[in-house]
Design a protein. Structure first.
Length: 373
């Protein structure tokens, strides 16, 4: 099969979850004999490669504006792709669905991973939220098959749009600490800090984490890795909340450094309220972290009994962090179960199996497109 992977910044995966997804999926499909092309945003890569891990790379422009970055590049990618002999178009992000009109009218086979419920994010105004809701609806009408990465997202599309989907999870590696000295640059010692890795947005609750941590009596530190591409009132409030026990190192893209941060933390705080299977949560579990996750269906669907959950208030999180400090010996069992769950349910080979089956089904005409108003 000739497969086009469209709708992300591209590979190598230096920027986020969807990019990692394409890298891990694409290289495995190549190993299985498939021909894979990844569309990359020109402005994000100073070095232009013809191939990466066996995947062909195509660089096309994108409009460097918050609201148009993704959609503009997907539009250019689709214009290029319709002139190529691809068997399947794999697209990420329901927000890209409007440009699928073109390949749809040409009879192309399309699968789209819808991602989470973007319209719930606090950073968007009323107009943007309406756009994201429209994009969800269009995804169910223009793609041959939508892909949900969790049962929560699958149920949402079934109940909201009466649309069936393929449920294929995200993946994560199992990693251990091999270079603990890499956290020296942050002034950290293994086991002596709480960790959160996230964008600084209200629905991810890093500010709440800071406020809860400041109520603890502990010598441990709090490290919150991440930021926002455009400064906001929320990120400014985080800067104001920081003190000498809280470290905000910004974005960290070095994979080896991230592994060491995960693998050496005392406990990880997962505060993402919106979305399906969150990549950071899976990577946290794969690193054997003890995880304190916000109590929402998406967290429970993934973490199950491999961690504990907090009610999204300062007091609710403070109580759980305090419990972790007072029950150090109890944390090991949670860590072992988390690693086992990643190994059994969220490994990349299993994810690739799911997509390879789906692409084969599209090739066989299992999901013919029908006009649905």
């Amino acid at each position: 099969m000739k497969i086009a992977l469209i709708g992300t910044r591209g590979v190598p995966a230096n920027y986020g979850g969807f990019e990692t997804f394409y890298e891990e999926l694409g290289k495995r499909l190549v190993e299985r004999g498939q021909e894979v092309t990844v569309y990359c945003r020109d402005s994000y890569y100073s070095e232009k490669l013809d191939e990466y891990l066996g995947m062909k790379l195509v660089y096309l422009p994108n409009l460097k504006k918050k609201s148009l970055d993704t959609l503009s590049h997907t539009f250019f990618s689709v214009l290029h792709a319709i002139n190529q002999p691809y068997d399947v178009y794999m697209v990420c992000n329901a927000a890209n669905s409007p440009v699928l009109v073109i390949p749809r009218l040409l009879g192309k086979r399309i699968a789209i991973n819808t991602d989470g419920l973007e319209w719930k994010r606090g950073k968007w105004g009323a107009l943007a939220r309406k756009y994201y809701k429209l994009s969800e609806w269009l995804a169910t009408r223009l793609a041959n098959r939508i892909v949900a990465d969790s049962t929560g997202i699958q149920n949402y599309y079934r109940e909201t749009y009466q649309a069936d989907s393929s449920c294929i999870a995200y993946g994560a590696p199992i990693v251990t600490s091999t270079q603990p000295h890499l956290i020296d640059q942050f002034g950290l010692c293994p086991g002596e800090y709480f960790l959160q890795i996230t964008r600084f947005e209200s629905e991810n609750n890093p500010l709440l984490t800071m406020q809860a941590f400041k109520q603890l009596k502990t010598l441990k530190k709090l490290v919150i890795v991440g930021g926002v591409p455009y400064p906001s009132e929320y990120s400014h409030a985080m800067d104001q909340e920081a003190d000498d026990r809280i470290l905000l190192p910004g974005f960290v893209y070095d994979k080896d450094v991230l592994i060491e941060l995960w693998a050496n933390c005392y406990a990880y705080i997962h505060g993402n309220e919106v979305g399906g299977t969150n990549p950071a949560l899976l990577q946290t579990m794969g690193a054997g972290c003890f995880t304190i996750a916000i109590d929402v269906p998406f967290s429970r669907d993934v973490l199950r009994d491999c961690g504990i959950f907090y009610y999204p208030t300062v007091e609710g999180l403070r109580e759980k962090m305090e419990w972790a400090l007072n029950h150090e010996t109890a944390l090991e069992l949670f860590k072992e179960k988390a690693i086992a769950r990643i190994r059994d349910f969220y490994n990349w080979e299993r994810v690739t199996d799911g997509y390879e089956v789906l692409f084969g089904e599209l090739m066989a005409g299992k999901y013919p497109w029908r006009l649905k108003l």
